[in-house]
Design a protein around this ligand. Structure first.
Ligand SMILES: *[C@@H]1O[C@H](CO)[C@@H](O)[C@H](O)[C@H]1NC(C)=O
Ligand SMILES: *[C@@H]1O[C@H](CO)[C@@H](O)[C@H](O)[C@H]1NC(C)=O
Length: 234
């Protein structure tokens, strides 16, 4: 049992606690693909329900902010929209028709009012290029996913769906742990830095967006590549 009556020890503990507090404010990363859409969810503290929420692009300097969308006024860029859920304290910025140049740094911001500085949360937006693949029903398909050596020993997986954040809960088709799931199988060639997802007996319902990913430390998903699969009647 440690007795905290020593001033130095107390200050030391407070320092450690503040360092830990800083480390928990991580940058939120969202991932989309070219031509797709992304929903950036921005949590905010209660008390700001009535305040305007906006997205700031780039470095977001004090003067000359680049604000593609703000609640309560029409968006400067029609691809951007914002909704505010005042019950859950999350506002959501949706960007449609994504382009590679949308990749980069953004800030979720709350306009707190005159004389107070606004509240900012840093966002990193990643845009993946998409390969379009067409096949006919009954065929087999190999999707190859090339990855960097830092993902060598990680679990690889593929999942279907336009929003990769939903892949955690649904649509996981195969991973290098299970290796196969029905018509889906996955082979990881670590020496070549590539894993292959095979889908046999393609059906029309297999059309859609497929993500190749790896599980990073802390159960976070790292997205590697995106395939847009179109199946036509054979
Ligand atoms: C806010 O989120 C909750 C929980 O997801 C949902 O039930 C509610 O309908 C949402 N409200 C609005 C206005 O979207
Ligand atoms: C998929 O890959 C496997 C193993 O490399 C190969 O045997 C098979 O012919 C490939 N199938 C197609 C349709 O390319």
């Amino acid at each position: 049992m440690i007795q905290i009556c020593d001033h130095k020890l107390l200050i030391f503990l407070l320092l450690i606690m503040s360092v830990l507090a800083c480390e928990t404010t991580e940058i939120l990363t969202f991932t989309g693909y070219e031509g797709g859409k992304v929903e950036i969810r921005c949590p905010y503290e209660s008390g700001y329900e009535e305040k305007n929420k906006y997205l700031c692009r780039g470095e977001c300097p004090v003067l000359n902010k680049d604000i593609p969308v703000e609640s309560g006024s029409p968006a400067k860029d029609r691809r951007f929209s914002v909704t505010d859920n005042r019950t859950t304290h999350i506002f959501t910025v949706t960007i449609t028709d994504l382009r590679t140049e949308d990749q980069g740094k953004y800030w979720c911001s709350v306009r707190t009012g005159l004389g107070k500085s606004n509240v900012y949360t840093e966002i990193n937006l990643e845009i993946k290029p998409v390969s379009v693949v067409s096949r006919v029903t009954g065929e087999h398909l190999n999707i190859t996913c090339h990855y960097n050596s830092d993902l060598k020993n990680k679990i690889k997986f593929t999942c279907k769906g336009s929003d990769p954040s939903l892949c955690k809960t649904s649509g996981i088709k195969a991973s290098s742990e299970t290796n196969s799931n029905g018509r889906f199988s996955l082979r990881d060639d670590e020496s070549a830095g590539v894993f292959t997802v095979t889908i046999t007996d393609l059906t029309l319902k297999d059309s859609g967006i497929y993500w190749c990913g790896a599980v990073e430390t802390g159960q976070k998903n790292k997205w590697i590549s995106v395939t847009d699969l179109n199946i036509n009647n054979g």
